[in-house]
Design a binder for this molecule. Structure first.
Ligand SMILES: [Cu+2]
Length: 496
């Protein structure tokens, strides 16, 4: 794979074929689309909705000013089309996603489409699936939205900086037959680290964040502005509401409680699951993960406040129940959503693999290889600014010459034990595939849910299974983006 990648880098434009577009000129002419958009008021809780058409949707990463806190000056952000979150892109299952990504940032970028099963060349990983999009350049994206669900997009280039600066957005693929609800809400949770003057604290890339819980913001946001009990959405008694929840934070995990509401979980990471109540009333949403909820608003006036237990019980948003009831009787357990057509792994004939995570500040002495040399993790930190190992190897973000962690044949059934020998939890996505979660901490899961990102407890484990069906080199990393930059970044090759 390294040979083909070298060839790819030498002749990137040839490899991209008809999908490559010439650079977009950046002369001082008319303002770019995002600059115009930036002067319009930001949407509050409603999303900017773009319906797919035959023409590519422009998605431009640029710099703009937005209000995050209620008080004080606006904040300089990096954002798509002038808003953070960027526009919520909405498609029907089977539609073609066609986007022209343009870069007006001061550094190279890419856009990765988290969770979507797409051709490898569209995956948006710099130096692995495409060259970085240089400032002033564009990259055309085109793939079929084969799976319904709640997904998202974000840069995969210097993501430990570009994502917390504000670059992320939701992508929804509607089911052919969506569950019947009265209202649908999209909630993008994230955080920003702001100083007293509402400026972003520019302390990206610190090894102490790479090697610990990651760089946490001090202002939790819902759809781009500060979350809190003062954020209220009016709903009517008896209303059935679907909430698409995304954790777009670069490091923070949420443990959500629903203040007297009893939501049904209907999807994890976009994939249908047998509708069930939130286990123990707490929804653990790691960085990168999504969950769709169906909430029946109680038939009584009042405010129900959603809080984050991990954040010390901080209020995020309230559902304010007002007006005349929508229906006389609650509709009961929602019907299951029709599943996407995912290849079912056969555990009996699967090849068995394991992946061990080690390292972190304050962890046990561990050893790992950097550039083929075995070093203690504490020396890896001092000499290379990296903090973690995956199967005893560590590497710089998207280093071009590393060996893949695994090579699978196309169609191979795979079981994989992920062992977390560290003092920190890690949300681990596999690109280009969904996997069944068979067990967590050696306890079998009741629903064997499909996911693209599994949260592994500190000192815990996850057993997953999937069919390696999508040919290419796919990232397998930690979605705490500081951890990924600190060495928790590997690839899996599916050979066609
Ligand atoms: Cu991690």
């Amino acid at each position: 794979m390294t040979v083909s990648r070298r060839r790819f880098l030498q002749s990137a434009s040839a490899t991209l074929g008809s999908l490559a577009l010439p650079s977009v000129p950046t002369g001082a002419g008319a303002p770019a689309a995002w600059e115009t958009i930036c002067t319009t008021p930001a949407p509050a809780l409603a999303s900017t909705r773009i319906v797919a058409s035959a023409n590519a949707i422009p998605l431009t990463a640029g710099v703009c000013q937005r209000r995050i806190r209620d008080e004080g000056p606006e904040t300089t952000l990096w954002a798509f089309n002038g808003t953070s979150p960027g526009p919520a892109l909405r498609y029907r299952q089977g539609d073609t996603v066609e986007v022209l990504v343009s870069n007006r940032l001061p550094q190279p970028t890419t856009v990765h489409w988290h969770g979507l099963r797409l051709p490898n060349a569209m995956d948006g990983v710099p130096n692995v699936t495409q060259p970085p999009i240089l400032p002033g350049s564009s990259f055309a994206v085109r793939y079929a939205a084969i799976d319904a669900g709640t997904y998202w997009y974000h840069p995969h280039q210097s993501s430990f900086e570009q994502v917390p600066r504000g670059l992320y957005g939701m992508l929804v693929v509607e089911e052919a037959k969506p569950p019947r609800v009265d209202r649908e809400l999209e909630w993008v949770l994230a955080d920003f680290k702001l100083d007293k003057a509402n400026r972003q604290v520019e302390d990206f890339g610190r090894v102490r964040d790479f090697g610990s819980e990651g760089r946490l913001g001090n202002v939790v946001t819902l759809n781009g502005t500060a979350a809190g009990a003062n954020r209220a959405i009016d709903v009517r008694p008896g209303e059935r509401v679907r909430v698409r929840l995304l954790n777009a934070a670069s490091a923070r995990a949420f443990v959500l409680e629903f203040g007297g509401l009893a939501p049904w979980i209907v999807t994890y990471d976009g994939q249908a699951v047998q509708p069930h109540p939130v286990p123990d009333g707490r929804l653990h949403l790691g960085a990168g993960q999504r969950t769709d909820l169906v909430i029946d608003v109680p038939d009584a006036a009042g405010r129900r406040v959603v809080t984050d237990r991990r954040g010390g019980g901080e209020a995020l948003v309230a559902l304010a129940c007002v007006g005349r009831p929508v229906r006389a009787k609650p509709p009961g357990r929602p019907a299951a959503i029709a599943p996407n057509r995912l290849a079912e792994p056969d555990v009996a004939k699967a090849t068995d693999h394991y992946l061990v995570f080690e390292g972190g500040i304050g962890g046990e002495p561990a050893i790992g290889r950097v550039d083929g040399k075995a070093l203690r993790v504490e020396d890896i930190m001092k000499k290379h600014g990296l903090a973690w190992t995956m199967n005893y190897t560590t590497q710089q973000e998207h280093a071009m010459m590393h060996e893949p962690l695994f090579r699978f044949r196309r169609g191979e059934h795979v079981t994989l034990k992920l062992m977390n020998n560290t003092d920190y939890e890690h949300p681990i996505p596999l690109h280009g595939h969904f996997f069944r979660v068979l067990a967590l901490n050696d306890v079998k899961t009741r629903l064997r849910e499909w996911r693209d990102t599994v949260m592994i407890d500190a000192r815990g484990s996850a057993d997953i299974a999937f069919v390696a069906e999508n040919v290419g080199e796919w990232m397998f990393h930690c979605h705490i983006l500081d951890h990924a930059a600190g060495g928790m970044m590997g690839t899996v090759v599916v050979e066609g």
